[in-house]
Design a protein around this ligand. Structure first.
Ligand code: HEC
Length: 98
């Protein structure tokens, strides 16, 4: 789990101009659970993020981060992200094919 926070911290230290590159890089930390590019095999227990509405992803991430949505793991993970990083993640996942 520590690796994810480290990755987020490293990325945060090097702001990338193109938001989609930043979103893709940040999304690598989600792939282990939500699947490569946010797609999971049929029947997998975790929600695929690919193609979900941008606002939904961003709202849920903020709710996890701010303790407004109870979770088993996402409240921990979401804590590491700034608002611009959440927006970059949400934009990137929303643009992926379901
Ligand atoms: C360790 C596994 C794991 C990782 C890594 C992970 N997630 Fe999750 N995610 C979950 C689980 C499990 C849930 C269901 C809520 C819960 O119990 O935490 C979830 C739920 C979500 C939801 C809510 C979806 C919905 O429609 O309700 C969003 C959005 C989300 N994750 C985004 C992300 C993003 C963005 C990342 C990468 C920064 C990420 N997750 C990394 C396991 C993970």
């Amino acid at each position: 789990m520590r690796v994810f926070f480290l990755a987020a911290a490293v990325l945060a230290a090097f702001p990338v101009a193109a938001q989609d590159i930043q979103g893709r890089n940040l999304a690598a930390a989600c792939a282990i659970c939500h699947g490569t590019d946010g797609r999971v095999p049929a029947g997998a227990p975790v929600i695929p993020l690919a193609g979900l509405p941008r606002d939904h992803i961003a709202t849920q991430m903020r709710a996890f981060r701010d303790g407004k949505r109870p979770a088993t793991v996402m409240h921990q993970i979401a804590k590491g992200y700034t608002d611009p990083q959440i927006d970059a993640l949400a934009t990137w996942f929303a643009a992926q094919k379901r």
